[in-house]
Design a protein around this ligand. Sequence first.
Ligand code: UD1
Length: 423
Amino acid sequence: MENIKRYLIRGGKPLKGEVRVSGAKNASLPAISATLLAKGLYKLKNVPKVRDVFVMLNILEYLGAKWAFDKETLKIDTSTISKTEIPYELAHQMRASILFLGALAGGLGEGRVPLPGGCAIGKRPVDFHLKGLSLLGAEVSLDHGDLVIKAKKLRGTTIILDFPSVTTTENLLMASVLSEGETIIKNAAKEPEVVFLGEMLKKMGAEIKGLGEDTIYVKGKKKLKPVEMEVIPDRIEAGTFIVIPGLFEEGEIIVKNIPFHYLETPLQKLTEIGLRVERIDKEVLKVKKKGSLKNTQIFTSPFPGFPTDLQPQFAVLLTQAQGISVINETLFENRFLYVFELNRMGAEIKVENRTAIIKGPTPLEGSPVRATDLRAGAALVLAGLCAKNTTTVYNVELIERGYENLIEKLKNLGAEIVLETGG
Ligand code: UD1
C-alpha cells in the first residue's frame, strides 16, 4: 500500500469542551527563514511542532545553523551558517522553501533554492517572486531545476505586485531590509502572517512602514540583530475548530487563544450560517449551535477576505445547512479535489470550474477517504467526525504538515479518533 498512515474516526458523537489554538505555521515559516538575515541566537515562542516547521528547520540545519526546542521556545543559532545552497531532497518536501530565496539574497547575497514543483491545489508559479527580486537588483537564473540567485548589491526600488501574494511579499521584505535605499512594495499582501514577519524584522532593526496596508515602505539598513519573538495564533487552525459545533445537534465548543482580529470574516460567516458566536474573554470564544443551519455564499480572497485555507472546512459545514450554498474559489484553480471524497461520504456537491455548489443538508456516512492537501485533509477529518460509522482518512502526513496535536486536541473534545500505521 502506497500510504499506510491513517486516521480512524468513529463519527456521529457530539464533541464538547475546550481547545487551545497553537502558534501559526504560516507565521513560523517566514520567521525561521528570516533568521538568516542576522547571524546569532534567536528565540521563537509558540512555534507549532508540525511537519512543515521541521522541514524548514532541517533546511536551516543543512545550511549550518543549530536549533532545538526548549519546551515552548524554539532556539535557533545561525552564527555557524556556512552554506547557501539547498538540496532538492529537502526543498521538494515543501513549497514554502521558496521563502529561503529572499532570506538568502538579503542575508547572504547568494543562494540556490530548488524551484518548487507543482502542487495538489494548482500550478502555484513563482514568477512574482522572481520579478520582484530582479527589480531589487538580484540576478536569478534557472540551473538544472534550481533557482540560483546572486544579490551582491540590492538597491531599493518600487515594486508593484500583480497580485497581493503572501510569500512574495514576505520574500521581498526579507530581501529589501538589508538593501540600499528605500523599497516600496505596492499591492502588498495584508495577511497577519506578513505583518508578523514585518514586526519581527522591525524588532531586528529594520525600518518598515505600512504593514497590513496596500503599500509597504522599507528603508534598508546595513545590519540587523537577532531577536526573541512570540508567534501569533494560527487563524486557520482556529477556523477549523469553530466549525465543529455546527456538525452536531446542540454542538458547543470553547476555543482559547483565538486571534479575534484575524478571524473576523470567518466568524461573520459562521453567524450568517446560524451559529451563535460569543466572545467570553479576551482570547476566548464560545461557538454554539442554535437550530438548523442556513445556506450561504463564500468568495475566497486575500486578507481580510475569506481565507482560501478555510473553504474546505466550511464546505463540510455547509453540507449540513438547509438549501443550496455556493463557494467561489478565486485563488487556486484546483482546490476542490476534496469534494469527490465528500461526495463518497454522501455529500451532494457539484463543481463547475472554480465554483462548488453544495446541496444540504445531507447526512454523511463513514467511508475510506484520501486527503488531497493539508486543508482538504482537515475537512475530511471534520466530515468523519460528523458522519455515521467509521471514516478512514488516508494521506494524513499532509494533515500533520500544519496541525499540531490534532488527534489529542480532538480526543479532548470527546472524539473517537486514532492514528493507525502499518498495512
Ligand atoms: C500562502 C500560504 C497558503 C495560502 C495562500 C493564500 C504560506 C506558507 N502559505 O501561500 O497557505 O493558501 O498564501 O492565502 O504562507 N501567484 C502567482 N505567481 C507567484 C506567486 C503567486 O501567480 O509568483 C498566484 C498563486 O498561484 C495564487 C495567488 O497568486 O493564485 C496567491 O498565492 P500566494 O499568496 O502567493 O500564496 P502562497 O504565498 O504560495
